[in-house]
Design a binder for this molecule. Structure first.
Ligand code: GTP
Ligand code: MG
Length: 198
């Protein structure tokens, strides 16, 4: 799919204030600093569309970007970042949870996981939450430029084993990505295009 346009629409912390047009949307979630905003920029080919930072906790709101005038990409705050205060964390958690439970236009969620790490409880638990609420999701293993192909394959196999050991009956659709070398862009866009056509 070609990206002909990508526009920032709105940032907010309330699901009720998200865009009311009934266009399909795709959300990016995952731990702080995993590379959600960078991936949105890489996929759209717009370097400054979503704000990125080396310091975790950059994205704090629900951000809607309209793509090709007919679907949305949604950049969300990260979870699992210890440095924000407890009350801020709770507030974050409740509006993120509301977003997932209430947003009817949400077609598929991409859960981003750092390809360098072994399975983390917080990620697996988040995917359990999605599954329990019947929210379709795929995994994206990020920052693949940081390790060798063999190590990526090994880490993905560990992930699969861990998820099958937990409550999952099958390993979800997954992608690998690098915002540094544009790995994964076409696969992710083709996946979205296929769903949008259905
Ligand atoms: P929060 O908004 O804080 O939750 O973070 P985020 O998940 O949106 O991460 P962000 O895109 O802001 O990137 C965090 C850091 O990781 C930045 O320093 C990015 O440059 C870096 N980064 C993101 N993706 C990649 C990647 O694919 N490869 C490498 N090497 N660095 C990356
Ligand atoms: Mg971000």
């Amino acid at each position: 799919m070609q990206i002909k346009s990508a526009e920032f629409i709105v940032s907010n912390s309330e699901v009720s204030k998200c865009p009311s047009e009934n266009l399909p949307e795709y959300a990016f979630i995952g731990r702080s600093n995993v590379g959600k905003s960078s991936l949105i920029n890489m996929i759209t080919g717009r370097n400054k569309l979503a704000k990125t930072s080396g310091t975790p906790g950059k994205t704090q709101l629900i951000n809607h970007f309209k793509i090709n005038k007919n679907w949305f990409l949604v950049d969300l705050p990260g979870y699992g970042y210890a440095k924000v205060s407890k009350s801020t964390k709770k507030e974050f958690q409740s509006f993120i949870t509301d977003y997932f439970k209430q947003r009817k236009a949400l077609v598929c969620t991409f859960v981003l996981v750092d390809s360098r790490h072994t399975p983390q409880k917080i990620d697996v638990e988040f995917m359990e939450f999605l599954a329990e609420n019947e929210i379709p999701f795929a995994i994206i293993f990020t920052k693949t430029d940081k390790l060798k192909p063999r190590a990526i394959t090994q880490n993905i196999a560990k992930y699969e084993a861990e998820m099958l050991k937990e409550k999952f009956e099958y390993f979800p659709t997954y992608f690998t990505s690098s915002s540094a070398n544009k790995n994964g862009r076409d696969d992710i866009l083709n996946f979205i295009e296929t769903i949008n056509k259905d």
